[in-house]
Design a protein around this ligand. Structure first.
Ligand SMILES: *[C@@H]1O[C@H](CO)[C@@H](O)[C@H](O)[C@H]1NC(C)=O
Ligand SMILES: *[C@@H]1O[C@H](CO)[C@@H](O)[C@H](O)[C@H]1NC(C)=O
Ligand SMILES: *[C@@H]1O[C@H](CO)[C@@H](O)[C@H](O)[C@H]1NC(C)=O
Length: 319
């Protein structure tokens, strides 16, 4: 029976090492029915969450706990997105906000499910309030002639260098230079992306990239597997790191993200199903926050956790 007890202890060991325990998200109240949230904090300390919706919904909170839906970025419609959404003022996807020098920069995507006919646009506002945004124009677009899908934008600013990552399925996550003066692509090299991450299994499902700087490292977060299936969604959040924001990301085992690598950060646990569509913010208290959506039988909701980078890799900790 020795083999049986070794087998049992091996199985027990695997179960113990595989079953990660995640703390619950921070308790939130008010309107938190979001999908693909992005978070910013203005100069007064007010938190803003923008998310996928017709016109892009705006929520604010003073304390990060109680959230109010205050309106949309485009209360009068966004007809320039119609050629990509294939509807009138249809759902705008996965915005990405950056607040700097008293201004919100908001990138967002327009597409239709499973299509490579997609566009990324930029909007700016001093206040972040409904109707205050200016339309800065089309940043880039993709079509079936390319090997990537131009949705899920994310801006990283390092010194004078601005880079936009984007991508969903197909050949994964790409990175482009952005003109720091306009927030738009530089003339001449808009069609030569750098590849940051790619998957080769599960329909090549990788999207929702976020490049985040902590210490000497840049961390590339992404969502793997499938969103948008209610409680059957299988999204999970992965990470790799690099000393530069423009490539060379590896996971904790040393596997390149362009070779399918990605260390798990958060997955389905307890009553939190399919967490993903994440964004990160270091707030005015110096806390590193990760926001994401997750599903319950009643819809998708805002999750907020703190991340601890003290081991060199992000760990979800209680908020
Ligand atoms: C879309 O927006 C335009 C104005 O920007 C407006 O004329 C049109 O009625 C809107 N369509 C819908 C369905 O709201
Ligand atoms: C893109 O062009 C700008 C100048 O227009 C240049 O500074 C930058 O290095 C180029 N980037 C790439 C990736 O070629
Ligand atoms: C989840 O999967 C089950 C079984 O296939 C199906 O009956 C149910 O409709 C699915 N729910 C959603 C929200 O897709």
């Amino acid at each position: 029976m020795r083999w049986l007890s070794s087998l049992l202890s091996a199985v027990t060991f695997s179960i113990l090492t595989l079953a990660a325990v995640y703390p619950p998200p921070q308790a939130v109240t008010g309107n938190t029915a979001v999908h693909d949230p992005t978070i910013c904090q203005d100069q007064h300390g007010t938190y803003f969450v923008f998310c996928t919706a017709p016109g892009i919904e705006i929520r604010t909170s003073k304390d990060r706990k109680n959230w109010a839906l205050i309106g949309t970025v485009w209360p009068n419609g966004a007809p320039w997105t119609d050629q990509f959404t294939l509807t009138s003022n249809g759902s705008i996807w996965a915005p990405d906000c950056t607040y700097r020098n008293g201004e919100f920069l908001l990138y967002y995507a327009a597409s239709s499910f499973g299509s490579q006919n997609s566009g990324i646009f930029l909007a700016k506002s001093k206040t972040g309030l409904p109707g205050s945004f200016t339309h800065e124009g089309l940043v880039t677009q993709s079509s079936p002639l390319l090997d990537y899908n131009a949705i899920d934008p994310n801006l990283i600013i390092t010194g004078n260098s601005w880079r936009l990552s984007l991508g969903s399925f197909w050949t994964g996550i790409k990175s482009f230079d952005v003109d720091p003066h306009t927030g738009l692509f530089m003339q001449g090299n808009a069609t030569s992306p750098t590849s940051l991450a790619e998957r080769f299994v599960n329909s090549q499902s990788i999207e929702a990239s976020v490049v985040f700087q902590h210490g000497n490292y840049f961390y590339l977060f992404s969502s793997w597997d499938f969103c948008c299936r209610g409680v059957n969604s299988t999204y999970n959040i992965r990470v790799g790191r690099s000393l530069t924001p423009s490539g060379g990301f590896v996971d904790q085992e040393g596997v390149g993200l362009i070779n399918g690598g990605g260390t798990l950060v958060l997955e389905t646990h307890d009553n939190i199903v399919g967490p993903g569509g994440q964004d990160l913010l270091v707030d005015k208290n110096g806390e590193t926050l990760m926001v994401y959506h997750y599903y319950t039988p009643s819809g998708s909701f805002l999750g907020i956790n703190k991340l601890d980078f003290s081991t060199g890799w992000p760990v979800v900790v209680p908020t």
